[in-house]
Ligand binder design. Structure first.
Ligand code: PBG
Ligand code: ZN
Length: 325
């Protein structure tokens, strides 16, 4: 008998799950959560059916609920009441994220609370840092923006964040944040770097959710060209050299080759199934074109198979429920 024939016989007898190579376990899923300083109640996000912006008053009860569902970690985004050129509400001690972190950690000390570390939700122009004029055209001021990221990182750690996730892709970002955390007593706080972040069409629904669309230009000067796999790898390699503890590829589903490549660096790899990936499945499922559960589990399994250790997805709660079924 051919060896393949033996395996096919096993499959017919439903014994093949024994040999399933890629398995999903609850600990590896991270749930993104939006906190809106202006919200008094949960506000649905139109472009992301099933997702809401939470008021900070709900932070404690949400933390308890997530833990009871088996969620081990969350990634927090804040939408401040006031935005300005300097993103000052991003590092205010009583900022929306600082409050949300503190409340969640108090209610659920074992929940791993990770904070998205960027400025685009907090700047009036919507860009990921401080803008300066360069021969008439506005551009990101790298070093001024690094100092801003340092302040935000320290304020998030002070609020009780277990890990920070810088997403601005500035030059020297990881090193600057590592220095700032180390010199303020937070050398134990790991950095999960959005080390390979593509300038993707798939962030559209998020910008709606987080109110972080920009008033001019786009992010292609500091996010990666989707055509460039080797350059993407190099970006992650640099972040690893600067001291990142976890590397992240974002978006996930279109970039599985990059996930596999970044995995060879030896650090844990996170992959972010972003808003557009979520909303595409939601829309197709609502139209009756795709089976939602099967589609989600197949995308997630593929992201895992490519090498992701940790998956950030708006479907985290559904996945945990489906895994229990
Ligand atoms: C930036 C940030 C973005 C996302 C995560 N962090 C938006 C962007 O880069 O424009 C996108 C996540 C998603 O689409 O779900 N703070
Ligand atoms: Zn940003």
């Amino acid at each position: 008998m051919y060896p393949q024939t033996r395996m096919r016989r096993l499959r017919r007898k439903n014994l093949l799950p024994i040999f399933t190579e890629t398995r999903l376990s609850p600990e590896q899923f991270c749930m993104p959560v939006f906190f809106d300083e202006a919200a008094e109640e949960q506000t649905p996000i139109p472009s992301m059916p099933g997702q809401v912006r939470y008021p900070v008053a709900d932070a404690a009860s949400l933390a308890e609920e997530l833990v009871s569902e088996g969620i081990c970690s969350v990634l927090l985004f804040g939408i401040p009441k006031v935005k300005d050129e300097k993103a000052s509400s991003a590092y205010a001690a009583d900022g929306i994220i600082q409050k949300a972190v503190a409340e969640m950690k108090q209610a659920a000390p074992d929940l791993v609370v990770i904070t998205d570390l960027c400025a685009c939700e907090y700047t009036s122009h919507g860009h990921c840092g401080i803008i300066r004029e360069c021969s008439g055209t506005p551009e990101l001021d790298n070093d001024a923006s690094l100092r801003l990221m340092q302040k935000i990182a320290v304020s998030q750690a002070r609020a009780g964040a277990d890990m920070v996730a810088p997403s601005c892709m500035l030059d020297g970002m990881v090193m600057a944040i590592r220095d700032a955390l180390d010199s303020t007593g937070f050398s134990h706080i790991p950095i999960m770097s959005y080390s390979t972040k593509f300038a993707s069409c798939l962030y559209g629904p998020f910008r709606d959710a987080a109110d972080s669309g920009f008033s001019f230009g786009d992010r292609s000067s500091y996010q990666m060209n989707p055509a460039n796999g080797r350059e993407a790898f190099r970006e992650s390699e640099l972040d690893a050299a600067e001291g990142a503890d976890i590397l992240m590829v974002k978006p996930a589903g279109f970039y599985l080759d990059v996930v596999a490549r970044v995995k060879t660096l030896g650090l844990p790899v996170a992959a972010y199934q972003v808003s557009g990936e979520y909303s595409m499945i939601k829309a197709a499922a609502a139209a009756g074109y795709l089976d939602e559960k099967r589609t989600v589990l197949e995308t997630i399994t593929s992201i895992k198979r490519a090498g992701a250790d940790f998956i950030i997805t708006y479907y985290a709660r559904d996945i945990l429920r489906w895994l229990k079924e």
